[in-house]
Ligand binder design. Structure first.
Ligand SMILES: [Zn+2]
Ligand SMILES: [Zn+2]
Length: 355
């Protein structure tokens, strides 16, 4: 198999100073000593790809040029020489790739506190360092999870962010329980998977989105009509008119706009939680008096851990979560980004390599 690996490849790259992705020839990555060279099968396109292309606020690990793509699935084609011979992974295994797996060191301030997604020492694939929008990618052995039976390559790719991020926010950060009533803002690429996660937990969920077709999808999933805020209806009025004042235990904000963050603070019950995931507005206003008098918890969530990824892959295998994802040719990357920004893409697109 090794002899089939070319020395160069085309990849979708970020060049600092240029907001457009560049399709250019680069060397195939070398196999990391403690990891694998992976032949890519699917790489999810994320709104974050656009943020990474356009937001150049320096983060310490960012390189001047790098391959984009942080949601991947591929086949192991080479094994690093420091990978233990009793590793459970071998050449030919199809694996799901965690873009920010952490360094795992006991002396790492983040990894030692179970926050690998915040590690500053590890590879950040597609987020400032070489990622997955390419035919080959390098990954540390900490960043791979075996794909379960019944999960497609495209589903596996988007599981790593579009499903895992919401799952982490709901289960580990918000600690949403079956007896709660939850209000969910946003049924986009992450929010719709989040809805399926909450539904699986068994909590009652009130949903709000500006798109009629997404609310219809929620209804098809089994969300009662009485728990769907009609398009154009104010969420705060909806809550009052439906006798839900003081009943919303947790608000999950997958939008993060001025309106959703403001409404969240109004509708959440006293002692409740607001879990922030979306950042469509980079800054929002927090009503301090309201927050203190209601003794609210504001919880921010970012990424997730490997155990989250393993758990969501199992839920996808069991069809408990069915990510909406469509495969496209790698050449479709720029159009896909435009479609995402224009709100024209329902669910997710994965670039399919090796087809
Ligand atoms: Zn993403
Ligand atoms: Zn670390």
């Amino acid at each position: 198999m090794t002899s089939d690996i070319p020395s160069t490849m085309h990849a979708w790259r970020k060049h600092m100073g240029n907001p457009d992705p560049i399709w250019e020839v680069v060397p195939v990555p070398t196999t990391p000593p403690t990891g694998f060279l992976v032949k890519m099968l699917a790489s999810g396109v994320c709104r974050s790809d656009h943020s990474i292309l356009t937001d150049e606020k320096p983060r310490p690990w960012f390189q001047k040029q790098f391959t984009l793509g942080h949601e991947g699935c591929g086949t192991i084609v080479k094994i690093g020489d420091q990978v233990s011979s009793d590793s459970e992974f071998k050449v030919g295994d199809v694996v799901v790739l965690d873009a920010v797996p952490g360094c795992g060191s006991n002396d790492c301030p983040e990894c030692s506190r179970d926050l690998p997604q915040l590690c500053l020492r590890c590879q950040h694939a597609g987020i400032g360092q070489d990622g997955f929008h390419a035919p080959y990618a390098a990954i540390d052995q900490r960043g791979v999870v075996r794909i379960p039976e019944g999960v497609t390559y495209a589903e596996a790719a988007v599981a790593t962010d579009a499903v895992k991020t919401g799952y982490h926010a709901i289960t580990r950060r918000g600690e949403v329980k079956a007896n709660e009533t939850v209000f969910l803002f946003g049924l986009g690429g992450l929010g719709f998977n989040a809805l399926q996660t909450i539904h699986h937990i068994g909590a009652r969920v009130i949903v709000s989105d500006v798109k009629e077709d997404l609310l219809e999808e929620a209804a098809k999933l089994g969300i009662p009509r009485k728990d769907i805020v009609p398009v154009g209806k104010s969420p705060t009025e909806f809550i009052t008119e439906n006798g839900l004042d003081g009943k919303i235990d947790t608000v999950l904000d997958f939008v993060g706009m001025h309106q959703t963050f403001r409404d969240a603070q109004v509708i959440v019950r006293r002692g409740g939680k607001i879990v922030c995931v979306g950042t469509l507005n980079h800054e929002n206003t927090l009503d301090m008096k309201n927050g203190i008098r209601k003794r609210l918890s504001f919880i921010f969530s970012y990424g997730g851990r490997k155990d989250d990824l393993e758990e969501v892959l199992e839920l996808i295998a069991k069809k408990v979560i069915q990510p909406q994802v469509v495969g496209k040719a790698p050449s479709e990357f720029p159009n896909t980004l435009k479609g995402l920004l224009a709100g024209q893409i329902k669910g997710r697109i994965a670039l399919m390599f090796d087809q």
